[in-house]
Design a protein around this ligand. Structure first.
Ligand code: SF4
Ligand code: SF4
Length: 93
């Protein structure tokens, strides 16, 4: 999914390089290859590919990553899956 793009310059993804211990979990779980880990530090190599799913922050053991999941187009797309034809919602919540 490396070629899927988000809106440029709007992702809320934040990386604190000082807190990163280079475990590689973020690079492993990110579905859009946003990170690369080199010399035991994660780097954001494709920021605009982030769809704010939150997987990286959820799996980071040192809270070096933060993202506000669900504020971008990913949330819109997911919400649209649950919309009925008359504008109602099929989501359980
Ligand atoms: S998951 Fe967190 S600690 Fe691990 S490489 Fe990524 S940013 Fe660094
Ligand atoms: S929020 Fe999701 S898409 Fe964005 S960098 Fe983290 S894992 Fe990748």
């Amino acid at each position: 999914m490396e070629n899927i793009r988000y809106l440029p310059g709007v992702t809320t993804l934040r990386l604190d390089p000082e807190a990163c211990v280079g475990c590689g979990a973020c690079a492993e779980v990110c579905p859009h290859s946003v990170f690369r880990v080199e010399d035991r530090k994660a780097r954001v190599v494709d920021r605009d590919a982030c769809m704010e799913c939150g997987a990286c922050a959820l799996n980071c053991p040192t809270d070096a990553l933060a993202v506000d999941p669900g504020v971008g187009c990913a949330a819109y797309i997911i919400a649209s899956w649950f919309k009925t034809k008359d504008g109602g919602c099929r989501a359980c919540c």
